[in-house]
Design a protein around this ligand. Structure first.
Ligand SMILES: [Zn+2]
Ligand SMILES: [Zn+2]
Length: 274
């Protein structure tokens, strides 16, 4: 009824254009669905760990993944702190208030799943990986955030991968952290304003910080959404943490009250630290 009423307000040519555009959208959705059915038939999904058919990470294997019980200050990575809060010695050196690490990168299932998610474009892994994040946050002493933000990708990188893995995780968290009520999330309040080399290709610790410096910005029109908010930044994996520290800096500059990060795992950085 509502659609008919809306169409009555449009000129006949506008109605036809809108109808044509809806038909195209439906056809594209049907084509995607058909391709998915063919792919699922030809290459049925199998669990990355036990090879059981059905899901990329089955519930039994998911249940075996251990939580990271001891959390550390994300800056010095030395002091053990509740929920990964930034320690007193480091809090003047960073805008990040803490980083909760859900599980260990040493777990082969996790390192393999993260690799497939990022580099083999296994988009559907956001669901089991999102469950790990929800569980970690629910079992921590952190209070619920006002806003969940993904670490943004540059549009060039987004075109290459086809999706932002952090945005998929942020949306999963926003919908599943509190049953029956979703937390606000957006991918437009924090943007990557310049293209940077992927951090994984930068081999020196200091060079990573330099590579990402000043890469993020809160657009002027988004500042009211950030000011005074407790923000949870979501990413798949942290290594030196340089990307997350820079995001936190941009958010605090725009008036964020607190910025915590949540990642699936923290990968150790083995090469030259200086
Ligand atoms: Zn399995
Ligand atoms: Zn510290």
């Amino acid at each position: 009824m509502q659609l008919n009423h809306r169409n009555m307000l449009l000129s006949p040519s506008q109605s036809t254009a809108r109808l044509r555009s809806s038909c195209v959208t439906i056809k594209i959705a049907m084509a995607h669905r058909l391709i998915q059915i063919i792919l699922d038939t030809l290459f049925p999904l199998t669990c990355l760990s036990c090879r059981q058919e059905g899901l990329l990470l089955c519930d039994q294997c998911l249940a075996k993944i251990p939580f990271q019980l001891e959390q550390h200050c994300p800056i010095c990575e030395h002091h053990s702190t509740p929920a990964g809060r930034t320690c007193l010695a480091c809090c003047t050196r960073s805008s990040l208030d803490g980083m909760l690490v859900a599980t260990s990168y040493q777990s082969r299932i996790i390192s393999h799943a993260i690799h497939c998610f990022k580099y083999r474009f296994a988009e559907s892994l956001h669901e089991p990986l999102g469950k790990i994040l929800v569980n970690a946050l629910s079992h921590s002493e952190l209070t619920l955030p006002d806003l969940i933000l993904p670490v943004p990708l540059h549009p060039r990188r987004l075109r290459w991968r086809g999706f932002n893995q952090s945005w998929l995780l942020a949306q999963y968290l926003a919908e599943h952290l509190t049953p029956g009520f979703s937390i606000s999330t957006t991918e437009s309040s924090l943007i990557r304003q310049r293209y940077t080399h992927p951090q994984a290709q930068v081999k020196k610790h200091a060079a990573r910080a330099q590579n990402i410096r000043g890469a993020f910005q809160v657009p002027k029109e988004s500042r009211p959404e950030i000011a005074g908010k407790n923000i949870l930044l979501v990413d798949d994996v942290a290594t030196t943490g340089a990307t997350i520290f820079e995001c936190a800096k941009a958010l605090k500059k725009s008036g964020a009250k607190s910025v915590f990060a949540l990642v699936i795992a923290r990968q150790s950085f083995k090469t030259d630290k200086h």
